[in-house]
Write a protein that binds this ligand. Structure first.
Ligand code: PLP
Length: 481
């Protein structure tokens, strides 16, 4: 497909405005004036519409295809949630920050306050900040709160413990806040090695970051014991709640013993992500950490009005502009209200059922390194196919040809040739069955005609990429000028 610059025709215009008859009050200073016209493509409106519409049709999206990308929760996001966000489209983010502006922003502040309350209720925490802009940003905020808590106690501590199955953002966030990382291996049954954990625990550990269910899709049966052990060493428990789909309405991390949590509104709570939109990673805390929460915080007065709390000497300060990604929060709020308690419980039940269904249907075709019932996702290994020279990546590419977004591959790192499938609750049995058929077909092809898999994808505008180069030498600029 041609780039938009290559479609440019000198002199072609989308819109022609009449000559301005407004007198020019003052010219820009010469150093701010262009010496040459901007080098923009010259096209008609129809050229532009066709260009971008055709480009958009080359995207994979949940709106066009099944997207079982493990650990990403690519569920369908109801369009009515976009309408809800649109209701606030005219609310300028500066309004509540202007003198007296709080009065004009009561609706928005009420929504933020209510959403924080609902998330606290869902996660079992005492208070929530909605400021962080993504999951990783929530992690960093959460660990900053941990650091502020220990600083106030006069004992900074040194280490953060993570299991080796953790999302890469966990050790990265803790390291950014200044902690040294201690990694605990995974035991044969798929959970963090309890004995190794006990040995690593000491008074210098500030926090233990856990994902539960972990990235193998397994719920740790010792989770309460782990929380108790950490607390007995005066360490805090951090819950990576990026994907809450497995436990919504079933388990509240705060009840289990976790002290800090982040949740990804853009995974669990009805908001598109990736290329589809911005994220939001609210952080919930137990009482002891409330004084350190980012500012501004929203408080409700006795008359039911909302005000901004701007000052607090112990706060870690601002972590985002304005109030974070406000539109995402409106969608999450509408999602929670729309589903209600019963609906949220159904989300997790259906998500877990779908993942187990896919696992059971594919287990004879792919190796299942941790063979037990899973939560919201299941992790296979293509090690059987590797004997024929077929890697997980080849199966992923074959799926693209068949109209499916590939599952997550090569993550978690502890599974060789990992294929991590997260179907989510929004997919029908028919869609799952069609996907299962294609996955079985790929396994059969690996036996009979492995070469065919190595060529995939053959139907796409771009065929096999050099994956390493694509990641390491990314160049998304159009370099004609
Ligand atoms: C997605 C994810 C994150 C990071 O969230 P981002 O919004 O991409 O920063 C962290 N932990 C887990 C388990 C995740 O799945």
């Amino acid at each position: 497909m041609e780039l938009i610059y290559e479609k440019s025709m000198a002199g072609r215009r989308g819109v022609r405005l009449p000559a301005s008859d407004v007198p020019q009050a003052r010219a820009l200073p010469p150093n701010l004036q262009r010496s040459e016209p901007a080098q923009l493509p010259e096209l008609s409106e129809l050229d532009v519409v066709r260009h971008f519409t055709n480009l958009s049709r080359r995207n994979f999206s949940v709106d066009t295809n099944f997207y079982p990308l493990g650990s990403c929760t690519m569920k369908y996001n109801a369009k009515v949630l976009e309408n809800a966000a649109g209701l606030f489209a005219h609310a300028h983010p500066m309004i509540p920050l202007l003198p007296g502006g709080e009065k004009l922003a009561q609706g928005g502040l009420a929504m933020l306050h209510d959403l924080a309350g609902l998330l606290a209720e869902i996660t079992g925490m005492d208070e929530v900040t909605t400021q962080p802009l993504a999951g990783a940003h929530g992690e960093m905020t959460g660990i900053m709160l941990v650091a502020a808590y220990y600083k106030a106690k006069g004992n900074r501590k040194k280490y953060v413990i993570v299991p080796d199955s953790s999302h890469g953002t966990n050790p990265a966030s803790a390291a950014m806040v200044g902690y040294e990382i201690v990694t605990i291996p995974t035991a044969p049954y798929g959970d963090m090695d309890l004995e190794a954990f006990k040995q690593a625990m000491n008074g210098e550990v500030a926090a233990v970051m856990m994902t539960c269910p972990n990235t193998l899709g397994l719920f740790n049966p010792h989770i309460k014991e782990i929380c108790d052990i950490a607390h007995s060493h005066d360490a805090l428990m951090y819950y990576d709640g990026a994907n809450l789909n497995a436990i919504l309405g079933k388990v509240r991390p705060g009840d289990v013993g976790f002290d800090v949590i982040h949740v990804n509104l853009h995974k669990t709570f009805g908001t598109p992500h990736g290329g589809g939109g911005p994220g939001s990673g609210p952080v919930g805390v137990k009482k002891a950490l409330i004084p350190f929460l980012p500012l501004p915080r929203i408080s409700k007065d006795s008359a039911g009005g909302f005000a901004l709390l701007q000052e607090n000497p112990q706060s870690i300060g601002r972590v985002a502009n304005f109030f974070g990604n406000f539109g995402v929060m409106v969608k999450a709020y509408a999602y929670i209200i729309m589903l209600g308690r019963e609906g949220l419980i159904k989300v997790s039940e259906q998500a877990v059922l779908n993942a187990n269904y896919v696992m059971a249907q594919l287990k004879d075709y792919y190796d299942l390194p941790y063979d037990q019932s899973c939560m919201h996702e299941c992790v296979f290994s293509a090690s059987r196919q590797l004997k024929q020279g077929v890697h997980a990546i080849d199966i992923a590419k074959y799926l693209i040809d068949q109209g499916y977004h590939p599952p997550t591959v090569y993550f978690p790192l502890i599974v060789k040739e990992a294929i991590m499938i997260e179907p989510t609750e929004t997919e029908s049995k028919e869609t799952l069955d069609a996907f299962i058929a294609v996955m079985r077909e790929a396994a059969e092809l690996a036996e009979k005609d492995p070469a065919a898999l190595l060529q995939a994808p053959v139907t796409m505008p771009v065929t096999r990429l050099d994956e390493t180069k694509a990641a390491r030498e990314q160049n998304v600029c159009y370099a004609r000028w």
